[in-house]
Design a protein around this ligand. Sequence first.
Ligand SMILES: Nc1ncnc2c1ncn2[C@@H]1O[C@H](COP(=O)(O)OP(=O)(O)OP(=O)(O)O)[C@@H](O)[C@H]1O
Length: 376
Amino acid sequence: MSELALPLARSGFAASLPPFAREASRTAERPLAGRRAGSVRFEGVGKTYRAASGDVRALGGIDVEVPEGSVFGIIGRSGAGKSSLLRLVNRLEEPTEGRVLVDGEDVSALGTDALVAFRRRVGMVFQHFNLLSAKTVRENVALPLRVAGAPRAEIDRRVAEVLALVGLEGKEGVYPSRLSGGQKQRVGIARALVSEPEILLCDEATSALDPETTLQILSLLKDINRTLGLTVILITHEMSVIREICDRVLVLDRGEVAETGPVWQVFGRPAHPATKALLAPLTRGLPDDLAARLSLEARGTDDEEALVELRYLGTSEPDLALLAARFPGGLRLVDAAIERIGGHTQGRLLLAVRLGSEGLKVNAIPNTQAKVLGYV
Ligand SMILES: Nc1ncnc2c1ncn2[C@@H]1O[C@H](COP(=O)(O)OP(=O)(O)OP(=O)(O)O)[C@@H](O)[C@H]1O
């Protein structure tokens, strides 16, 4: 059964008003903006799948907090346990150890009706959109509210609101087969938002999209986080996705926490080999031509320059006037990769510095880690 079909089946769709309909009508009256975000806490969480071929330990010893209102990225290699962890949040999977708390409430303790109401507080967006092909955009998006027995006028109003939010006005009567991948994902996001969730789970939401559409969907998710204030938890293989929109990141390695923290910190000073490996594609090495000419010892020739690497981590931007004053013999900017992540500067400069008679004073540059890589 698909995940989308699950609440349908539980509710007895065509049957009389389900017990959680009152809750749905109540939440329907809340304005779209300014609602509360949810927090998630994993306490000693483990997950072992029992399969005929043997047990698979997917997660172990997970102690992690997702702050409310944050965009929280989960990254790791294939099989690291990302999907398993995400699916514990809305109880598509049950932990075999520990507890998952959403707003302080143990998710495993919820009874059937409470679980249905709870799932409405946690929206989910899927890699392959999971849209119903025989239903129009409007019908796909309206489905969670229809299942919940919300009044017709309420459904129409809310569907119009979320379709406007995701930029799909005018597409209400279109069937999914006539939509691009990016538009399909917008429908998926609108459907996840229509119940006004506190938390939005995104399972590889951009993996099936081209790079340009990926950026548009990431920017939409960030806007939604800012405008509606809801917590977004996303899983991805791509560090660039994390860098683009996340505040915090959890790196999973073989079912365990490799490291976690603000993105600028984890990216700026990765501590775990798994993080370093994942970051490798984004890391700029020494340009090949320079590496070929680099000598580790100074030769003492007049035109010799030292190749100096300056690393900036969460501190102020490179002060070019200060650098010029610090290296009065002359300096050239050879390569630069400076970016801002979450309001913090990080990256590195490569300078070719003319060796003066006083020698190099690379350690006297504030807010940087400086290193002489060699001489050219
Ligand atoms: N239903 C299941 N039954 C048995 N084993 C499972 C099940 N679901 C996942 N696993 C196993 O648990 C481990 C973690 O899987 P999971 O899908 O959570 O990892 P992932 O990091 O999301 O991987 P990917 O990036 O490839 O999607 C893997 O070894 C996987 O084979």
